[in-house]
Design a protein around this ligand. Sequence first.
Ligand SMILES: [Zn+2]
Ligand SMILES: [Zn+2]
Length: 357
Amino acid sequence: MSISIPKTQKAALVVSSDSPILFKNDHPVKQPEELAPGECLVKMHCTGVCHTDLHARLGDWPLPHKLPLVGGHEGVGEVVAIGANTIDCPVKIGDRVGVKWLADSCLQCEQCRKGLEQCCAKAKLSGYTVDGTFSQYVVSYVAHVTPIPENLDSQEAASFLCAGVTVYRALKYSQTKPGDWVVLPGAGGGLGHLAIQYAVHAFGLRVVAIDTGAEKKELCLSLGAEKWIDFRETKDLVKDIKNATGGEGPHAALVSAASGTAYEQAVDYLRPGGSLLAVGLPGQAQISASVFWTVVKSINIIGSYVGNRQDAHEALNIASMGKIHCHYVSKPLSALSEVYEGMQQGTVAGRVVLKMD
Ligand SMILES: [Zn+2]
Ligand SMILES: [Zn+2]
């Protein structure tokens, strides 16, 4: 099968942290004969926009990235070329695949062998250390692209590749059991609204949603949260959370907040033996928990970083069963600058998915 591949494409580039996003119509496309073994070329259908992309755009993380940079790491598209001499290729031309944050890893080191591929010293990160999905054609890696289940729409699938995998994996390692309580601060946001649904439908957990405003309240309750706490209205958040969970506090808290306070509070409201799942990636925030109470309450503080290939398979397969939906708005690639502005002002509800064709 031969697919015609253009020489140039549309792409959005970060040139420097203080200059505007550069939109190009003549960005080069890596041609099939230029692909190395193990690489594939994916024609993008669409791509989600994640807070990480904004960090890459602003350059405010303690982790260097390439420049100029094509950002983006929630891309769904179709494999249109595979590097010659690729051995044991798990995908074929025409397959619909996802390009996630972890673009590639060595698969041989201790971290990779243990399934902590995201901690591989040779990991390549989409839209950060290698060009990502804010272009029409993306070079990715056959070992790490995620097959998209047939009955999952491309736009819907996009946000599961980062937001979905992240919350799914954190809940998977939360040491909770069906019927346990989980607290989700920021439950009405991009990560939070998916976390409610995975908690309820994949793990059988009971959810306390924390966020603010009537619109988010309605969303959270409609997605399966049993209890709602408006952080702007509560006088004592820790007490309200404990009351909502029968007095003892929740078994787990999944926190993605940008400030350290939310992590500190979790140690206060978690029940003994509870787990604090840290999934946000603010550049500067610190966790300053009481060591005394962390020890006396036997609190587990768990950092959970996106997910490996298996987590991605599981998160997407569970989503394809039809009970978990991403609330997103669809925009063209040219809207990326406005989307970043909206994210900085906190006015983006749910996720934004950019259509690439
Ligand atoms: Zn992300
Ligand atoms: Zn490795």
